[in-house]
Design a protein around this ligand. Structure first.
Ligand code: ZN
Length: 262
């Protein structure tokens, strides 16, 4: 008998869907076409987990990121990112929730160290992930983030209850950005509802963790409708689009999801 996947079954009805987005753009980047198509006929909610910066002094990695975004002040940059995310999702008919965790680039080891002499002298010492290449993007969650993960799990469980979501979409973690891995961890406690999505544009250059997916028994499921409407949506993230796509060209790629094989 033909096997219907978890997404196919849910597509036939009109139950709410909840998408977890690590940052203020990831859900639209990775799932924008499916979300926009579905928002016509069901409630679609995007909860973004890491929506805040913290005051300086900043690490070199954080400063370099802000330079790419052409906004020098972290508070202003994140206020602008929150506003553009609300605007994009509202245009798509989607509800936006900002969960308020601090982005890995700005996360300190302990909040009180913010005013210490070390913070002024060498901010890399007081931040949980001192560099991008060797800390944020190597796929290892810092032990100090365990408490944060526990809090996010509690928040996601509450959101599942509030929204009555039938499906919970989480990043599979292509690219190994620590905030993407934490977002996946925040959602995996809902195996009956879980769908994983491939992280775009990271997935142009890297592959998902095949052995982990096999271990979970998850297989790919593709969505290729309405892709032409996606680049304009991505460009609406004005503070991010140029940094993400320096040539100005946003590749059109079918969206890949992962669902239980049986
Ligand atoms: Zn991200």
């Amino acid at each position: 008998m033909f096997h219907q996947s978890r997404i196919d079954r849910s597509l036939a009805g009109d139950a709410p869907w909840l998408f977890l987005s690590p940052h203020l753009d990831d859900a639209v980047l990775s799932c924008g076409a499916l979300m926009e198509a579905q928002a016509q006929g069901r409630e679609v909610i995007v909860a973004t987990l890491f929506t805040e910066a913290s005051p300086g002094p900043h690490t070199r990695a954080a400063k370099s990121f802000m330079n790419q975004c052409a906004v020098k002040d972290a508070g202003h940059l994140f206020a602008a990112r929150q506003a553009e995310d609300k605007a994009v999702l509202e245009d798509m008919g989607i509800q936006a929730i900002h969960m308020g965790a601090v982005d890995a680039l700005f996360r300190r080891r302990a909040p009180r160290l913010g005013s210490s002499a070390w913070d002024r002298l060498l901010p890399e010492i007081t931040h949980r992930y001192p560099t991008y290449r060797f800390d944020i993007a190597i796929g290892r969650i810092a032990r100090g983030d365990r408490r944060l993960i526990g809090q996010l799990r509690t928040d996601v469980a509450a959101l599942m209850g509030l929204t009555g979501a039938e499906l919970l979409f989480c990043p599979v973690g292509v690219g190994k950005h620590v905030d993407h891995l934490i977002t996946r961890e925040a959602g995996v406690a809902h195996p009956e509802n879980l769908v994983l999505y491939s992280d775009f544009p990271y997935d142009l250059e890297a592959e998902p963790d095949a052995s982990r997916l096999e271990q979970m028994g998850y297989v790919p499921w593709n969505w290729d409708q309405g892709l032409a409407a996606k680049p304009p949506r991505i460009r609406q993230y004005g503070t991010q689009a140029d940094a993400l796509f320096p040539t100005g060209d946003i590749p059109v790629k079918a969206e890949t999801y992962f669902v239980p094989a049986s």
